[in-house]
Design a protein around this ligand. Structure first.
Ligand SMILES: Nc1nc2c(c(=O)[nH]1)N[C@H]1C(S)=C(S)[C@@H](COP(=O)(O)OP(=O)(O)OC[C@H]3O[C@@H](n4cnc5c(=O)[nH]c(N)nc54)[C@H](O)[C@@H]3O)O[C@H]1N2
Ligand SMILES: Nc1nc2c(c(=O)[nH]1)N[C@H]1C(S)=C(S)[C@@H](COP(=O)(O)OP(=O)(O)OC[C@H]3O[C@@H](n4cnc5c(=O)[nH]c(N)nc54)[C@H](O)[C@@H]3O)O[C@H]1N2
Ligand code: SF4
Ligand SMILES: [Mo]
Length: 690
């Protein structure tokens, strides 16, 4: 049985790390029911046992003395311990009374980055079965804008085929800090001769592995992409046969791209004309074996959606889509779905769906930034109760002061977490959650078209995992029939049933189960999953909602004159640091000691203009507020002049107190957290701060 009881056992179990969403294979050594040691799985063909620094700290997470182990209830200003059964009983009564007073839609469910795939579907199932469309998540700020943008061009979101790539374009991403397994794959590809390009306003720590680095002004990626498209078309470097047979809108794209001549693109992006030509030529020479890793860099801007669409057009134009070394289009496994049968229970759309229909159509959830208005101003209707799991929006959503006010205004706010966080502090109930080693879940397998099973190896009393929590709450609010599975094992067995594979068989496959061998060039037979069945350089689907049919480049708010003059600098936020995952792992003493607080990255000439020395204390002010932080003067080539950077996720200095929640991409509603107009002033040491 996959879910054996390890409490007395001496054994080793192969499972997966989930300190980030990549899930590297690990081996857990158990002695007398306690985890003794965790190592990378050396037998795994792709990761070969390599773990990043976070992967070496799993035990610091699960056995942390700071972990919440008892449910807490706020009584007045104080926390009181409460037994789990009573807590669930009280919460269910309050949810039902909100439902009676305002309707089920006034209760929301919010999941964070640490809860994904099947775990996230369990939360969704609860919401739909209860009758609310209001599911919120980190997906308002993460990857969905990019996924929906690329999907509008090629029908689905591709997996980079690093194994066979001859050219890899890292576009606004830092695999060394944020995607350790990808970094290893890219390094291996480079050893096989692949060229690696990096496009980023900061010479991030990955730059030393890139063959060519191009500093770009934030939010101008669309101009660069259209400039590349123009050069590729003018020189006839594109795949004419592919374009003719498998795409629509080529003529319109070619005509529009003509405006993006090298001189204009160089002015807009800050990349020289020679370099723009060089990037285009390198891509064209390696085509179709060119793949892209687009990060959150281009996404967190008010023109991110269309900029990423333009990037996606380059690959399609050069015939790289679904070709070896290009962008692989994986077919999903045929699984039983946790949402298909309950989605129809809810007729109304969630908060934000009217304003951002493309976001809604892609993700079938509400928009978390709009949710704040529903809490504070009952717009478009009241949101009075919220159950949040695995998220810390006070540190991760823009305009944290407003987020705090909104969450405080709720009639019922429940948080499930492993730790007391700045968000949990605002709750009425805080429930201790199980860590990833305390649940069993189905995950993508790490190889194309594969699926794996992670194993539960640990249990703490009162720390429920997602299935235990949502199914027990469902029973209490009268929707228990939607959670008929006795436990996760039964649930997982049901989900994989269409694969013709038992859970026991899957549990044995440490390298994952390939449900279908990957085939390239499926488009010959199936076309693409777009409305026309072809690659769409112009999209009638987007046009139908009043958006531009072409991937039109509009200069970002900070370049177009809005805010000009008032603010001297543009602040990039959220560059990943290898030890942390957003607000996670800051409690681990050795990580905290190494990086006690974030720093303001600043160009030496900008620092000189403000008479700043390394380590000086400054006040950074935006339209939403201000914060105090110390400066780190980086190298001359490490950041563009006029731009600054602060990483998010630190509670000591929460950069989201100054990010804006009202400059949003019109298609996806993603906030421009990587182009925040700010001023910087030096302040004296006695004003406080570290
Ligand atoms: N260690 C660690 N790993 C993580 C995470 C974490 O918090 N910590 N978070 C995980 C999650 S949820 C996500 S979404 C991913 C994100 O993964 P990535 O997208 O790789 O995130 P970063 O490593 O911050 O790299 C983003 C880069 O974009 C650059 N950039 C900023 N603005 C622009 C722009 O306008 N254009 C271009 N071209 N570049 C720009 C930044 O300077 C930065 O170097 O990481 C995941 N992995
Ligand atoms: N300014 C700025 N803000 C950003 C970004 C940026 O680049 N700049 N990036 C954005 C992105 S891409 C993302 S994905 C979001 C992430 O935003 P969030 O989803 O809010 O991410 P975390 O800070 O990782 O919060 C995760 C919480 O889950 C808890 N947790 C960990 N494991 C478990 C578990 O197994 N179960 C439960 N129930 N809880 C668990 C952790 O203790 C932590 O408190 O942040 C976004 N915010
Ligand atoms: S990249 Fe690091 S944190 Fe993420 S799964 Fe792998 S070892 Fe764990
Ligand atoms: Mo993310």
């Amino acid at each position: 049985m996959p879910m054996r009881n390890y409490s007395e056992a001496n054994c080793s179990v192969k499972t997966f790390c989930r300190m980030c969403s990549y899930r590297c294979p690990i081996v857990v050594l158990i002695e007398q029911g306690k985890i003794k040691k965790i190592t990378g799985d050396k037998d795994h063909p792709v990761t070969k046992g390599r773990l990043c620094v976070k992967g070496s700290a799993i035990l610091d997470l699960v056995y942390s003395p700071a972990r919440l182990l008892k449910p807490l209830k706020k009584v007045g200003e104080r926390w009181q311990e409460i037994d789990l059964e009573t807590a669930l009983q009280e919460i269910s009564q309050k949810i039902l009374s909100i439902k009676e007073k305002y309707g089920a839609k006034s209760v929301g469910v919010w999941k964070g980055e640490s809860i994904d795939s099947i775990q996230s579907d369990i939360c969704r199932r609860f919401a739909f079965a209860f009758g609310t469309p209001n599911i919120f998540s980190n997906d308002t700020l993460c990857a969905v804008s990019k996924h929906a943008a690329v999907k509008s061009v090629i029908g689905s979101y591709p997996t980079p085929d690093f194994q066979a790539a001859k050219c890899i374009v890292i576009w606004g991403s830092n695999p060394l800090a944020s995607h350790f397994p990808l970094y290893n794959e890219i390094k291996d590809a480079k050893q096989r001769g692949a060229k690696v390009l990096l496009i980023d306003p900061r010479k991030n720590s990955f730059a030393k592995f890139a063959d060519m680095y191009f500093p770009i002004k934030p939010a101008t990626d669309g101009a660069l992409a259209l400039g590349i498209i123009n050069i590729i078309i003018e020189n006839k470097w594109y795949d004419e046969a592919f374009v003719k047979e498998f795409t629509i809108g080529f003529e319109e794209l070619a005509q529009y791209a003509r405006k993006f001549n090298p001189r204009y693109v160089a002015e807009e992006t800050g990349i020289s004309q020679d370099d723009i030509y060089q990037i285009s030529k390198t891509i064209a020479e390696s085509a179709p074996h060119v793949t892209y890793r687009v990060g959150v860099g281009p996404e967190h801007h008010d023109n991110g959606f269309n900029n990423i669409r333009a990037i996606a057009c380059i690959g399609a134009l050069c015939g790289c889509t679904d070709r070896p070394g290009g962008d692989m289009l994986e077919e999903p496994p045929a699984l039983n779905s946790l949402v298909a049968d309950v989605q129809g229970n809810v007729e109304e759309k969630p908060i934000g769906a009217e304003e951002y229909p493309v976001f809604y159509n892609h993700r079938r959830e509400g928009h978390s930034i709009r949710a704040m208005d529903a809490m504070l101003e009952n717009e478009p209707y009241p949101l009075r109760g919220l159950i949040l799991t695995g998220a810390n929006p006070v540190l991760t959503n823009p305009n944290a002061n407003k987020v705090e006010r909104a969450l405080k205004s709720l009639d019922l706010f429940v948080v499930r977490d492993l730790f007391m966080t700045d968000t949990a502090r605002l709750a009425d109930y805080v429930l201790p959650a199980a860590s990833f080693l305390e649940r069993s879940e189905l995950i993508r397998g790490g190889r194309p078209q594969s699926i794996s099973l992670t194993k539960k190896v640990l249990e703490f009393d009162s720390c429920q995992n997602e299935y235990q929590f949502w199914s027990s709450l469902a029973k209490k609010v009268g929707i228990g029939q939607y959670f008929p599975w006795k436990d996760e094992d039964e649930l997982n067995s049901w989900i994989i049933k269409p694969l013709g594979l038992s859970l026991e068989e899957l549990a044995q496959k440490a390298e994952g189960h390939i449900y279908k061998a990957y085939n390239y060039e499926k488009f010959h037979k199936n076309g693409f999953e777009t409305p026309s069945g072809k690659v769409e350089f112009t999209s009638d689907y987007l046009g139908k909602y009043g958006y531009e049919k072409l991937p039109v480049y509009r200069p970002a708010h900070y370049l177009s004159g809005k805010n000009k003059g008032q603010y001297k600098f543009i602040l990039i936020t959220g560059a990943r640091q290898s030890k942390f995952n957003h607000s996670c792992y800051h409690h681990i003493p050795r990580f905290k000691k190494a990086v006690p607080w974030p720093l303001l990255e600043i160009h030496p000439e900008d620092a000189a203009s403000l008479q700043l020395a390394d380590g000086d204390l400054v006040k950074v002010t935006s339209a939403k507020g201000s914060l105090k932080i110390r400066v780190s003067i980086v190298g001359q080539d490490n950041i563009l002049r006029g731009f600054l950077q602060i990483t998010h996720g630190f509670d000591e200095v929460n950069v989201n107190r100054i990010t804006l929640d009202d400059i949003l991409d019109p298609v996806s509603g993603f906030p421009a957290v990587k182009s925040v107009p700010v001023n910087v002033t030096k302040i004296s040491e006695d004003t406080g701060c570290h």
